[in-house]
Design a protein around this ligand. Structure first.
Ligand SMILES: [Fe+2]
Ligand SMILES: [Fe+2]
Length: 164
């Protein structure tokens, strides 16, 4: 095995965190769809797909390193939010928590002089900059429009769909 037992455990926990993020975004998308906001729903269904890809990237890495994959139990995620802003804030908070976790993984890789894992994690560190920026932008968009003008957010999302 090319990774330590400690690293294997930490990477398996990260796989769980990425799947939890996928579930969170699928539930959030369902919430937006139920609130008749299909563009916001689309945004989060897409985001959920990306999180599953992240989980698989980590999963693939554990396998390629000769480790054993153990997907942890995924806790149930919230399926309702009191407002669009609260959902957008939860998405940003989630990205912040994931970023912190990935930075901790990098700390461990550096501590163990595990260059291969550090190289793999570099992609995620760059990806998280993008993820936080996008979650922050979505939150500010909703705040600027306000709940009453939430359809302006839908229009904006429809106009910019596929640009990113
Ligand atoms: Fe992710
Ligand atoms: Fe993410």
């Amino acid at each position: 095995m090319m990774i330590s037992v400690k690293m294997q455990k930490a990477l398996n926990a990260q796989i769980g965190m990425e799947f939890a993020a996928a579930m969170k975004y699928d539930a959030m998308a369902a919430h937006f769809e139920a609130e008749a906001l299909p563009q916001a729903a689309k945004r989060f269904f897409k985001q959920a797909g990306e999180e599953r890809e992240h989980a698989h990237k980590f999963l693939r890495y554990v396998l390629d390193s000769g480790g054993r994959v153990q997907i942890p139990e995924i806790p149930a995620q919230p399926h309702t939010y009191r407002s669009s802003e609260a959902a957008a804030q939860a998405a940003l908070d989630s990205e912040m928590a994931v970023t912190k976790s990935i930075h901790k993984l990098m700390d461990l890789a550096l501590e163990e002089r595990d260059h291969a894992t550090a190289a793999m994690l570099q992609w995620f560190i760059t990806e998280q900059v993008e993820e936080i920026s996008s979650a922050d932008q979505f939150l500010r968009l909703i705040q600027r429009a306000g709940e009453k003008n939430i359809l302006a957010v839908e229009d904006y999302l429809a106009d910019t769909a596929g640009q990113k």
